[in-house]
Design a protein around this ligand. Structure first.
Ligand code: AR6
Length: 181
């Protein structure tokens, strides 16, 4: 399968996406919150929060850039991967690398669990205020680099909730694959 066919840009609510796994833009407590995190816990039910609590009890809080995996409760997916994006504080505190790590660590976990299709929200671009255009470039480049070296993941969906992110991702996608068949 060609790289361009393994990456898709979708618009809408990630809790409605059918895939093997969806990724949650969580915070280090893993106790839920607003934005996409709130939507995932609301739609998935209490099983997800219970598993998050077990994880925090065993290994402590989830650090920025790291990822953990739980089952998906009532969601139409098998797993939820929870990752903690960086809070944007101007870009000189390692935010770019931390954001990239969110995608890499989520994809590594996906591979370990035999996940073939995975949906990402636009991590850190809400409450955490990462500039959208830069976040989209980092997300796309990181995923693309990963897929070039991996053959088990067949589909990555970038699920954009707002029009601006959707336009940014489409622009990046079209630029990346402009000269491919
Ligand atoms: N489906 C897909 N994307 C969504 C949805 C949804 N249902 N809802 C919002 N988005 P944010 P962050 C988009 O704030 O910036 C939470 O309280 C949204 O438009 O959810 O990483 C956590 O507990 C934006 O583009 O996450 C943390 O405390 C993107 O998801 C904190 O927010 C991310 O926005 C994490 O902040």
């Amino acid at each position: 399968m060609e790289l361009k066919d393994r990456i898709s840009i979708l618009k809408g609510d990630i809790t409605k996406v059918a895939a093997d796994a969806i990724v949650n833009a969580a915070n280090s407590s893993l106790m839920g919150g607003g934005g996409v995190d709130g939507a995932i816990h609301r739609a998935g039910g209490k099983r997800i929060l219970e598993e998050c609590m077990e994880i925090v009890n065993i290994r402590g809080k989830c650090k920025t850039g790291e990822a953990v995996i739980t089952s998906a409760g009532d969601l139409p997916v098998r797993y939820v991967i929870h990752t903690v994006g960086p809070v944007w504080t101007g870009g000189k505190s390692g935010e770019n690398e931390q954001l990239s790590n969110c995608y890499i660590n989520s994809l590594d976990l996906a591979v370990k669990h035999g996940i073939e299709s995975i949906a990402f929200p636009n991590i850190s671009t809400g409450v955490y205020h990462f500039p959208r255009a830069e976040a989209a470039e980092i997300a796309f480049r990181t995923v693309r680099d990963f897929l070039e070296k991996n053959e088990t993941i067949t589909n990555v969906y970038f699920v954009c909730f707002d029009e601006e992110n959707y336009a940014l991702y489409n622009e990046i996608y079209n630029r990346a694959f402009a000269y491919s068949e």
